[in-house]
Ligand binder design. Sequence first.
Ligand code: HEC
Length: 111
Amino acid sequence: MQKYSLIWWIIVAVFLMAPLHPANADPGAIEQGRDLVVQNCSSCHAIGKTDSNAHPDAVAFRDLSKQYPVEQLEEALAEGILSGHPDMPVREFEAEQVGQIIAYLKSIQIE
Ligand code: HEC
């Protein structure tokens, strides 16, 4: 009986510590970022790992880091200057939302 309860506590401890593991960094932010790009960007951009662009000229988000590190979009998102292209609405995001969008974009990049 005692042996089992020790194993049980080890399993519980491993689950509780999972969010501290670097590979799982802030899964909540990634999830929020995904919601934001679904709402604001997916009508034109491919936002996942295998979907295709709804707008013929838009880039697939998973390919962004082929051009530049996705962190470089931080300022553009915060200041609403992501408007170098026609058809794309200008929108400013809160600092927290910018972090969430960047976290999501990082999570889907194909190196
Ligand atoms: C109405 C359609 C539309 C929506 C919505 C849209 N985009 Fe775009 N986006 C485009 C098009 C079209 C291009 C390519 C235009 C070009 O390169 O001239 C583009 C290009 C981009 C680029 C590449 C810019 C560059 O110069 O490297 C980024 C990054 C980007 N969009 C991010 C976003 C993000 C983030 C969102 C959501 C917050 C978003 N877009 C929403 C149409 C859209």
